[in-house]
Design a protein. Structure first.
Length: 167
């Protein structure tokens, strides 16, 4: 009887060990699977690029609506900035496809910081529904985008000057 009782206890310990060991081995294998997962960076990059392309349309329209309501005197300025930006970006994109444009930062850190600052101010003004602040920030944002267009234009001009002249 003592032998049967001893075997019974050993069997219980064995079952407990197997039950506890099973979930632990799944955790370890799950960690290994996460570490060996391959990155599809091109696919993620393409999604990211598409997201920005589609969001630009929404952002442009949002600025257009804000301008019409809060800064109608800047409406034409915004349309010109947007048209020029789209044309310059198209030229830069074509140059990149032809291999004439190397990768590099177009926007300086200073420009990015100013952009972030202006966007935070606009967001705050919109949250507070402060029409006066919105109407003063929008022209600042448009001037800021004009500066970016100048940088894009310089980049396009540098491509033009780098092209060999055929006589």
């Amino acid at each position: 009887m003592k032998k049967i009782h001893g075997l019974f206890i050993i069997m219980q310990l064995l079952v407990v060990f197997v039950v506890v060991q099973g979930p632990l081995s799944n955790i370890v294998s799950a960690e290994e699977a996460a570490e060996t997962k391959e990155c599809d960076c091109y696919k993620d990059h393409a999604k990211h690029k598409d997201f920005h392309k589609y969001m630009r349309v929404h952002k442009d329209f949002y600025f257009e609506l804000l301008t019409e309501k809060f800064a109608p005197e800047s409406a034409e300025q915004w349309k010109m900035i947007r048209t020029e930006r789209d044309l310059l970006m198209k030229k830069l994109s074509e140059a990149k496809k032809r291999g004439e444009l190397l990768h590099g930062e177009v926007k300086s850190e200073e420009w990015k910081e100013q952009h972030h600052f202006l966007q935070k101010q606009l967001t705050k003004a919109v949250k507070e529904r402060d029409e006066e602040k919105i109407s003063t920030i929008l022209p600042q944002i448009f001037t800021h985008y004009e500066e970016l267009n100048k940088v894009f234009q310089q980049r396009v001009n540098s491509l033009s000057s780098a092209e060999p002249q055929v006589d």
